[in-house]
Design a binder for this molecule. Structure first.
Ligand code: FES
Length: 611
């Protein structure tokens, strides 16, 4: 049965009973699917232009408005192909997947001082009938005469050794990762030593190709984490990994993304993939488990225990990574089930573990991870806060891609700016925080999070805002845009429910901060530095974060935006063995605070939900 998709007018054969999402996936047509096809997010909208699909499901009736239903809107994960007639569908702008803006920059890197991948030129004397020293023994003897550190040649290096030794009369090059030789080359080779630092986020994956000798960043590539098709959050991935087949496909998907990044960066630099001799990987504990093909299911079940927390070093060939097969892939350690290697990397990059005075490091991505303290004592916790800050679970919410409203300000009108200055398609996290902060400031929203009514606003002289408010009570909406602002005339609006979603998210983060301060016996005025990592500082304006009460005011603190600090930490560990050692020790120095186990969490959370 043929199904045609507009706007690219691609036609594909469908089986009876398949969902539109399945047909689109097979055809390689990306459609937004925040909930991974569970029918709960309402983001996978398509419009039926011709033909018939299966009857409406209850998910569609609750996710789509009466106007959308009468205009032919369906949810691609719910609507199925049933008849043999041709079906013509249009994918509206808000359901099309655009490249996501990815934060790749971070704090500046230091030049490598103690690289853990090194190159050594040796001249090994040839064997003869009078001296039948084995090849390996001859190499070790030369090594010991020059160096005091140990040397280990595993099977793959031993296999390379005899040919390399004889090709250029004993002149060989050893490439070593710490004490293990990962490559033996004939002659005194000077090929570059490259490494790649990966930051695997729940939503995005970034890779930095680095020169391991100079510390120079050579190329950066990124992509949407392909696992997002199973859901935008960690819990959805864990559920998908319940079956062995699900776990294997999640692992294959992330390995595929890392390989594409290796391809893209090495191509950009004009070098071979085999020149990549080392990699570091940071990500939350679930992402780390999935990359290794280790089931993360117990992370979602009390007492939320990971399979491992220590750093792992794996050969690239064992992960099917397309770089040098013996490259050492170093996964930074995790702190706990819900505070992972990405937080360790943030600690490494910010140096909070060295601070003499109390500081807070906060990284808002799909989850919100935070650490507080100083060199004396550090604690860390995680809150399930992120999705709203990434535009998920918000009626017009979307990821930070073209057309997402990212800034909002209100004076005698409502102003906004969309990413790439494109027509408005929706609102991303920073736009949401801005919008609510501004609507609070001008009094459209009260401190309980309730949207006011148009009459009361008009009576206060806010007629220019009153006409944007529509609907009653729980169904109240505030239109950020007008019908001329988008391509198809649809409005970008905030609903009362969106405000509640943001309150839940910000309440969780703020409660976490308050509990950490309580645990350390600190007050807001004691905090001297606030490191704002991830979207914070770069996209979410600190003034808006303060405006909605996401952060306490911290009167004596410097607010320090540190960009993609997790990526910076991964780069530091790639360039310096000392940084690796520090990262390995950090989990034992950081106390993990399980917020759900705190009797005072609920109280703090309810308090923190107020604006
Ligand atoms: Fe279809 Fe979420 S409702 S993917």
């Amino acid at each position: 049965m043929p199904v045609r998709f507009l706007p690219n007018d691609a036609q594909h054969e469908a089986q009876s009973g398949e969902t539109i999402l399945q047909v689109a996936e097979r055809a390689g047509i990306p459609i937004e699917r925040v909930c991974g096809g569970r029918g709960t997010c309402g983001k996978c909208r398509v419009v039926v232009v011709e033909g018939e699909l299966s009857p409406l499901t209850s998910s569609e009736r609750s996710s789509l408005s009466p106007e959308q239903l009468s205009a032919g809107y369906r949810l691609a994960c719910q609507a199925r192909v049933t008849s043999s007639e041709d079906v013509l569908l249009r994918i509206p702008a808000e359901s099309q997947v655009e490249p996501v803006r990815i934060l790749s920059s971070g704090t500046s890197d230091v030049a490598p001082q103690d690289p853990w991948v090194t190159r050594h030129h040796l001249q090994v004397p040839p064997a003869g009938l009078a001296d039948q020293t084995a090849d390996l023994d001859a190499v070790l003897a030369v090594w010991r005469s020059r160096y005091s550190d140990p040397l280990r040649l595993d099977l793959s290096a031993l296999r390379q050794l005899p040919a390399a030794l004889r090709e250029e009369d004993g002149r060989i090059t050893l490439i070593k990762a710490r004490d293990r030789v990962i490559d033996v080359r004939a002659g005194h080779a000077t090929t570059p030593l490259m490494g790649i630092a990966f930051d695997i986020g729940t939503t995005t994956v970034v890779g930095f190709l680095m020169d391991l000798e100079t510390g120079e960043e050579l190329a950066v590539a990124s992509e949407l984490n392909p696992q997002t098709k199973h859901g935008d959050n960690v819990i959805a991935r864990i559920e998908y990994a319940e079956s062995q087949a699900g776990l294997e496909s999640l692992q294959a998907e992330i390995v595929g993304a890392l390989n594409r990044i290796i391809d893209a960066t090495t191509k950009a630099e004009g070098c071979a993939r085999e020149d990549v001799l080392a990699a570091t990987v940071v990500g939350n504990t679930t992402m780390q488990h999935l990359l290794l093909g280790i089931s993360p299911v117990h992370l979602a079940r009390s007492p939320y225990v990971p399979v491992y927390t220590t750093a792992q070093c794996v050969a690239a060939k064992d992960l099917k990574l397309g770089c040098h097969p013996e490259a050492c892939i170093w996964l930074l350690p995790n702190i706990a089930g819900w505070v992972g290697a990405d937080t360790v990397a943030v600690l490494l990059a910010t140096g909070i573990y060295l601070d003499a005075e109390p500081a807070l490091a906060i990284d808002i991505g799909t989850n919100g991870e935070m650490a507080m303290g100083s060199r004396e004592r550090l604690i860390a916790c995680s809150t399930a806060a992120g999705p709203a800050f990434e535009g998920a679970h918000i009626s017009c919410g979307m990821r930070a891609s073209s057309g997402a409203i990212e800034q909002v300000w209100v004076d005698d009108e409502v102003h906004w700016r969309a990413i790439a200055d494109a027509p408005a398609r929706g609102v991303c996290g920073s736009g949401l925080v801005d919008a609510i902060s501004e609507l609070l400031r001008v009094g459209v929203i009260d401190n309980q999070g309730r949207m006011g009514n148009p009459e009361a606003l008009a009576a206060r002289g806010l007629r220019h805002l009153a006409h944007r408010l529509q609907g009653e009570n729980r169904h109240r909406v505030f239109h950020l845009t007008g019908s001329d602002d988008s391509e198809n005339g649809s409005l970008v609006s905030l609903t009362q429910r969106d405000v509640r979603e943001l309150q839940l998210a910000k309440g969780a983060v703020r409660a976490g901060i308050e509990i950490m301060m309580k645990e350390l016996g600190l007050h807001a005025e004691d905090i001297r530095k606030v490191y704002l990592a991830g979207a914070f500082g770069n996209y979410i304006q600190p003034s808006s974060a303060l405006g909605i009460g996401l952060l306490p005011s911290f009167p004596n603190a410097q607010l320090l935006p540190v960009g993609n600090a997790a990526g910076s930490g991964a780069r530091q560990a790639l360039l310096s063995y000392r940084a690796c050692e520090i990262a390995s020790e950090l989990p034992s120095r950081v106390e993990y605070l399980e917020l759900s186990g705190r009797p005072d969490f609920q109280e703090e959370f309810v308090e923190a939900m107020l604006f």
